[in-house]
Design a protein around this ligand. Structure first.
Ligand SMILES: *[C@@H]1O[C@H](CO)[C@@H](O)[C@H](O)[C@H]1NC(C)=O
Length: 382
């Protein structure tokens, strides 16, 4: 909630004043500016930086980041230092960059939140002599990068890859195809228990990983059971069912344990054995593969849970149902928190916070490396 901008506050005042939701939405929407400004730096106003292979991808990251309004990307030809592939996400109270400075090797532009929503982005470029470092879940040997990309496209969990070419030094790792993963389902980064708030997910089809129109497969849960050890990844989660969907999305997750007092989901990797142990306060389970996930849990909001941060904006609304409906109707909202009782102070009461996380495939690190090729899966629903 710290990320709330002055502009949002002003707009919300207007909304209260006018009392019309339509005008509220109009006043909150940003302009649509698609053009990129090459060799122009939008100086300052940084929220954070993330790695990105090119300026279009950086623009998509800014569009999907809840607070980002504009960005500056340091291209591969940036020569002042080694911050190549840094994508600086930015925010200002006016929504515009305060300072624009000519600067070789950078590209700046705006979030596309104000534009009509695009279909799921398709990332077809491949990047020669660029390493998508980290996030590996599997390695194989392939004849060329095209084959590596085909495998990545076919494998459900693969989002991007790095292939080591035939002339790479040292020779021992030539032809290796590294398949890589990032979250493309909504993952609230902070899940906390809090009285007076209710949180939930958008139930728009696009935000749900797989169709719930087909008969979903059974979710296999072991209540009161721990599967100790073999941790692969720990994430906050609001329920064992959400933990199940995270495990099902991660290609290396073999089973999971959910701790309900910590609100933590432990994804685990052990393909050799699974030893169950009775334990109160935790639920374990197995992922579902190659069948529609049971997403019915997403429709029921979580009482007493705050998906803290990640705010797109807030709107005053009378009830939880209206809040959930607003999130469903919003092109960018993936999850929400509604304040249904006194919370911190009375000013938060009845606020509906619309929220989102980045679901675009994004390498955790991008670096120059001679002799490798990187790229994305060509899944149309990635
Ligand atoms: C769950 O988390 C709490 C808090 O960290 C911890 O004390 C408890 O031992 C955990 N429960 C299990 C069964 O791991």
């Amino acid at each position: 909630m710290l990320q709330q901008t002055n502009m949002d506050k002003m707009s919300v005042c207007w909304c209260l004043f006018l009392g019309l939701l339509l005008l509220c939405r109009l006043s909150l929407s940003q302009e649509c500016v698609r053009e990129l400004q090459r060799n122009i730096d939008f100086t300052g106003s940084d929220i954070s930086f993330v790695y990105s292979p090119d300026e279009e991808h950086c623009q998509k990251l800014c569009t999907q980041h809840p607070a980002c309004q504009f960005f500056t990307f340091l291209r591969s030809d940036w020569a002042n230092d080694n911050r190549n592939f840094y994508c600086y996400l930015k925010l200002s109270s006016s929504g515009q960059p305060d300072v624009k400075t000519p600067l070789l090797g950078v590209t700046s532009g705006f979030s596309l939140k104000g534009c009509s929503a695009e279909p799921r982005p398709y990332l077809s470029a491949v990047y020669h002599n660029v390493d998508f470092f980290g996030a590996d879940y599997k390695t194989l040997i392939t004849a060329d990068y095209e084959e590596c990309q085909r495998v990545c496209t076919q494998e459900p969990g693969c989002q991007f890859f790095t292939f080591v070419k035939a002339d790479y030094t040292p020779p021992s790792i030539r032809y290796k195809c590294h398949l890589k993963f990032s979250w493309t389902i909504p993952v609230p980064p902070i899940v906390e228990s809090a009285t007076g708030v209710v949180s939930g997910f958008s139930t728009q089809p696009e935000s749900i990983p797989l169709s719930d129109r087909q008969t979903p497969c059974q979710t296999k849960l072991f209540p009161g059971t721990d599967i100790p050890g073999d941790e692969l990844w720990t994430l906050p989660a609001a329920s064992p069912e959400q933990c199940h969907s995270l495990c099902s999305d991660h290609p290396a997750c073999t089973y999971f344990t959910y701790n309900s007092s910590e609100l933590s989901c432990y994804l685990k990797k052990n393909t050799d054995q699974m030893v169950l142990a009775a334990r109160d306060g935790v639920t374990s389970g197995l992922p579902s593969r190659f069948c529609p996930l049971d997403n019915s849990w997403m429709k029921t909001p979580f009482e007493g849970i705050d998906f803290r941060g990640s705010d797109l904006r807030f709107i005053p609304l009378d009830n939880l149902q209206a809040c959930q409906q607003n999130c469903n109707d919003d092109d960018y909202c993936l999850f929400f928190t509604y304040v249904n009782e006194y919370f911190h102070d009375s000013s938060h009461w009845r606020r509906c916070y619309l929220k989102r996380s980045v679901t675009l495939p994004a390498p955790p690190m991008v670096a120059k490396r001679v002799g490798v090729v990187s790229g994305f899966s060509l899944k149309s629903d990635a």
